[in-house]
Design a protein around this ligand. Structure first.
Ligand SMILES: Nc1ncnc2c1ncn2[C@@H]1O[C@H](COP(=O)(O)OP(=O)(O)OP(=O)(O)O)[C@@H](O)[C@H]1O
Length: 248
């Protein structure tokens, strides 16, 4: 049985305007597991993902990582904790005018003297490492192009490379394929899955496309109005259960 990497206990989020975005989420995620979170717009998927790396702060419950409640972390511990998390965004969040390899090296910043990293001084080892990571997403030959010269799908693969250059234990992807055509979406999900399996990186992906969740996830969590209403392998997600998740 794989070890538990993340444990959520009764996680709640009430925004300052009174919106109850998470109403008590309890779940555990194992090492190397690829979990897809699905649910309709406003269900709480982003809030859940952003709670895991504390981009927003839950108002109740606990999130345990390596046995510690990360919700009690202050600055230094939080910074250390975030080094374990690779983030992948819908809009890629690349530095468009920088080269592909520079973007990947930004993923290494957490490991470097911030001063040299901030000035773009990366060691030879770091550069070799970045090229190796780029070849894992099929982009080694694009390393010295400007990021904005790449297609959307390629840019998202740079986003994946940047996240894994950080050597994370957990990858968090918030709708990584929402802006991509089906073919590029398939490629991006395939690379994510491949890397998650090869490196045993726990990967949590918010998806709007149920078909992709079915094809690539080990496990699907259905969220509806801030609560988990389905949690199981894709094979257990029947048409009826899918409808239940999406009907309000
Ligand atoms: N900063 C905020 N202040 C107040 N309410 C918020 C805030 N952010 C999100 N919400 C609300 O919390 C609920 C959950 O939003 P969330 O963005 O997590 O949903 P989602 O499932 O990710 O939706 P989508 O698929 O459209 O991205 C929604 O009702 C949303 O309006």
């Amino acid at each position: 049985m794989a070890e538990t990497v993340l444990e959520l206990r009764d996680v709640k989020k009430v925004f300052s305007d009174g919106t109850e975005a998470l109403k008590g989420i309890t779940s555990t995620v194992k090492k190397g597991e690829l979990v897809s979170i699905i649910g309709s717009s406003g269900a709480g998927k982003s809030t859940l993902l952003r709670s895991i790396n504390r981009l927003n702060d839950p108002t109740g419950g606990e999130i345990l990582f390596q046995g510690k409640n990360i919700l009690s972390f202050k600055r230094r511990d939080l910074r250390q904790y975030r080094r374990h998390m690779g983030m992948i965004f819908q809009g890629y969040n690349l530095v468009k005018r920088s080269s592909v390899i520079q973007n990947v090296l930004h993923g290494r910043l957490g490991y470097m003297n911030t001063l040299s990293g901030g000035f773009g001084h990366f060691s030879k080892e770091d550069s070799f490492y970045a090229l190796e990571v780029l070849s894992r997403v099929g982009l080694k030959d694009q390393a010295f192009k400007r990021a904005d010269e790449l297609s959307g799908g390629q840019q998202q693969r740079v986003g994946i490379a940047r996240a894994i250059a950080q050597n994370p234990d957990i990858l968090l992807a918030d709708e990584p394929i929402a802006s991509l055509d089906p073919n590029s979406s398939w490629n991006v999900m395939n690379y994510l899955k491949q890397i998650s399996k090869e490196d045993e990186i726990t990967t949590i992906v918010n998806l709007h496309q149920v078909d992709f969740a079915r094809e690539f996830a080990d496990r699907i969590i259905g969220v509806k109005a801030g609560e988990i209403v389905f949690d199981g392998p894709p094979a257990h997600l029947t048409e009826r259960k899918t409808q239940m998740i999406y009907t309000t």
